[in-house]
Design a binder for this molecule. Structure first.
Ligand code: A3P
Length: 322
């Protein structure tokens, strides 16, 4: 799997060696950069993206903390923006989501495009360009804020996100090493040590931006999207300037998008059962259970309290609660 720190450029190695670092969850370490813990193997991508990405006003950036439902929202955004192309029954048969993983259709900036090349040519992307990133708000390339392009942030209950991350970290870990002890990960998480953590600061950065600039930043919750997809996908369409017409609302277009992007549909497709990403990660790792509240099957009451307490303390005064 592509995650080795020896891919780092000399400039990144120099920077990384000057930063505080801690043991990560899998094979690589985390480095504290601009107030957040970044996986060390990503530094080429992070710096190249910050230095070279030129946002355009029509760009759409999907932002998440890992394991908050990125794959799902990538699929929804892709289906929403391309709905006119695949509206009749013939074209529905050849919808790209049926044969390609959402991560291949909506690429990450620092985890793919700028990790593969220092300054990739993005002119082949059709407008509106759709990209994804896990970068914290304060670490976004300057052009993103200057261009006033649209940001869609998806946030998830921290206990579910934590359990999802723990399962995912175990998948990425060499089999002979066994599972990473859950209490050890919990302790790290509550100290802010998770990919792009502290989790609460990541969430708060975008929440605050969404309150200050509601036309530029939309803040969505995984649980709300699950609970009431029609309302929140319509909000998303309005925010992106492509609202559903009365006819679309009547003819089941929203429901069609949600069916296409549902956990059951996507996870049963051959590409998502047997395909791999360019990094070697298996597509099926991004589809585990897709449920709200799965943490109860893994966390004791005491462990859950530990997360609740840290979140409550950190989010106090933010107007956010989980
Ligand atoms: P679980 O591990 O709780 O099942 P990310 O895409 O940010 O890596 O997040 C992965 C999480 O989103 C996993 O959560 C995964 O199962 C869930 N997920 C993936 N596709 C989904 C979908 N279509 N609908 C709902 N949840 C989905």
């Amino acid at each position: 799997i592509y995650r080795r720190d020896d891919h780092l450029s000399q400039a990144c190695k120099d920077l990384v060696s000057s930063l505080p670092s801690e043991e990560g969850w899998v094979a690589t370490s985390f480095c504290l950069y601009q107030g957040f813990w970044f996986p060390t193997w990503l530094f080429n991508g992070v710096l190249a993206c910050q230095n070279h990405f030129q946002a355009q006003p029509s760009d759409i950036l999907l932002v998440t903390n890992p394991k908050s439902g990125t794959t799902w929202l990538k699929a929804i955004l892709f289906a929403l923006l391309n709905r006119a192309k695949y509206s009749d029954s013939d074209s529905k048969q050849c919808h790209p989501l049926l044969t390609q993983n959402p991560h291949d259709l909506v690429p990450f900036l620092e985890v793919k495009l700028y990790l593969q090349q220092e300054n990739p040519d993005l002119t082949t992307f059709e407008s509106p360009r759709l990209f994804a990133t896990h970068l914290p708000y304060s670490s976004l390339p300057g052009s993103v804020r200057d261009s006033r392009c649209k940001l869609v942030y998806l946030c998830r209950n921290p206990k579910d996100m934590f359990i999802s991350l723990w399962h995912y970290a175990n998948k990425r870990r060499a089999e002979e090493k066994g599972q990473i002890p859950l209490p050890k990960c919990l302790d790290k998480f509550c100290r802010g040590l998770s990919p792009y953590g502290p989790y609460w600061d990541h969430v708060m950065g975008y929440h605050k931006a969404s309150l200050e600039m509601p036309e530029q930043v939309l803040f969505l919750m995984y649980e709300e999207l699950k609970e009431d997809p029609r309302v929140h996908v319509s909000r998303l369409a309005d925010f992106l300037g492509c609202p559903f017409s009365d006819e679309e609302l009547r003819d089941g277009t929203v429901e069609g998008i949600m069916r296409m992007c549902s956990f059951d549909n996507l996870s049963s497709l051959e590409v998502n059962k047997s395909g791999k990403l360019w990094t070697g990660q298996e597509n099926q790792w991004f589809f585990r259970r897709g449920k709200v509240g799965d943490w109860v099957n893994h966390l004791s009451a005491e462990m859950a309290d530990k997360i609740d307490q840290v979140m409550e303390e950190k989010l106090r005064d933010s107007g956010l609660n989980f």
